[in-house]
Structure formats: structure tokens, C-alpha cells
Design a protein around this ligand. Structure first.
Ligand SMILES: [Zn+2]
Length: 244
């Protein structure tokens, strides 16, 4: 595939924010297990500060693929830091091409680079691309569909790696104590929003000592509950018996 098929002006029109972030105050129930560690990352006034963010379609690239797509010696250029320390939206975008030349322009690259390349889409994106992307936890891409990535210099054929990222919550160990959960557990997220409140089940806990409390949902999920207009967000351990 030749990169000359890219119409830069069209691509620019299609540029979307890589990550629309909505800060919301935590209304999690206090529990006896609440950790009282001094100033855990992301805490405000001695409590977790729950944030729910929409993760728009994006991709992760290997160092090798960055050079193939953007030229020899190319590296990702950070444009905007994400809430999680050390992660960023890069200046670079790629075109994602599916079967029958259906394509998504200007898919943001997130950094830093990874040992494998991966494309994360919402269901609506995967339908428009004509790829039946399964819901997977990030990094679990065995047997998933592939695609072609096109950059300004070259293109890459991915044999696998197109997924819909499972909804998940990043948290550190103090957050885990507070909510009485551990890595791999499932939680429930209730979003109260005018005329379209939604309760999300199956919110996967991704615990890391360096993480800050943040739920990631995709654009379809964020649109379903009109996250920008949400008046309350509540995160709970699934099956804790305290659900109304
Ligand atoms: Zn995430």
C-alpha cells in the first residue's frame, strides 16, 4: 500500500482528541478497609478521587513499527500527557485500513512504545471498519483480527491486534485496599446522567503501584451515558451486597 493515498487535509478533519477526560468526584462508600496511607497517588483530601475517562480509538506501536510508518530514526513525540504518569498521546496518527479498503483516518498513537502493536476501537469503529474486533484485556491479542496501518512514510500489516479494550479501572494498592478489591477483580460503575444513567458491570481492576484511580471506557460506552453531563459516578466492588 502506498502512503500517497493519504489526503492530509481529510485526515486533519478527522482528527479527534485521543482521550476526552472527565473528572468527577468520588462517591464511593467508605469501608472499614479504607487505607489511610499518607497521600497515595491520585488521592485528594484523604480519599480516592475517582476519574472516569473516555478512551477514544487509538493504537500502540512497537519501536520498529514507528520507524516503518514515520521514517528511519523516528520516535514518538509526546503531545499531551495522559492522567496516568508516564503515558502520553503522541503527535503522530496513523490510518487504520480494514477489508475492502474501509478505513479510519487519524487514529492517535499512544506512547510509550510497546513490545507489540495493538489497535483499540469502540464497537462503532469496528463496524465502520468491517472488522469484528473482540473484547479483550489490553495485551491479550492472540487470535484477534489484523489490519493495515498506514503512516506518512510506510505501512505495516498487523496479523493480529485489533481489539475492543475491556472496560477497566486503573488503581494503586491503596485504592485496592479502599475498595477491598485486587488485581483482576470485577467492579461495577454506576453513572448518573440526565435521562440516560447507566450501570456498567464487568469493570476489570488493573492494579499497579504507580497507577492513579481512573476508569477507562470507550466512546460508545461514554456516549451511552452522556458522560460529559454525568452528575454522579459510583464505583463499587461487584457482588458486595450493598447495591440498591
Ligand atoms: Zn486504561
Amino acid at each position: 500500500m502506498n502512503s500517497s493515498i493519504i489526503d492530509r487535509s481529510v485526515i486533519e478533519q478527522l482528527v479527534r482528541g485521543a482521550l476526552r477526560q472527565t473528572g468527577s468526584s468520588s462517591s464511593a462508600p467508605a469501608t472499614a478497609a479504607a487505607a489511610r496511607v499518607a497521600n497515595p497517588a491520585g488521592w485528594v483530601d484523604g480519599k480516592p478521587n475517582l476519574r472516569v475517562s473516555i478512551s477514544a480509538r487509538h493504537c500502540h506501536l512497537t519501536d520498529e513499527h514507528v520507524e516503518t510508518l514515520f521514517g528511519p530514526g523516528a520516535v514518538l513525540v509526546p503531545e499531551k500527557d495522559l492522567y496516568q504518569d508516564g503515558f502520553y498521546a503522541a503527535q503522530q496518527t496513523v490510518m487504520v485500513v480494514g477489508p475492502r479498503r474501509r478505513m479510519l483516518g487519524s487514529v492517535r498513537v499512544l506512547g510509550p512504545t510497546r513490545p507489540f502493536s495493538q489497535v483499540e476501537l469502540a464497537l462503532t469503529d469496528s463496524i465502520s471498519l468491517g472488522i469484528d474486533a473482540p473484547v479483550r484485556h489490553s495485551g491479550q491479542i492472540d487470535g484477534t483480527p489484523g489490519c493495515v496501518l498506514v503512516g506518512p512514510v510506510g505501512s505495516v500489516q498487523l496479523d493480529q491486534g485489533v481489539i475492543r479494550a475491556a472496560r477497566h479501572v486503573h488503581m494503586n494498592l491503596s485504592d485496592c485496599d479502599y475498595y477491598d478489591v485486587k488485581n483482576g477483580d470485577m467492579m461495577q460503575l454506576k453513572i448518573t446522567s440526565p435521562d440516560c444513567s447507566v450501570s456498567f458491570e464487568d469493570v476489570l481492576v488493573r492494579a499497579d503501584k504507580a497507577a492513579k484511580l481512573e476508569v477507562h471506557i470507550d466512546t460508545d460506552e461514554g456516549n451511552a451515558c452522556n458522560l460529559d453531563a454525568a452528575t454522579e459516578v459510583v464505583l463499587k466492588k461487584s457482588g458486595c451486597g450493598c447495591q440498591k
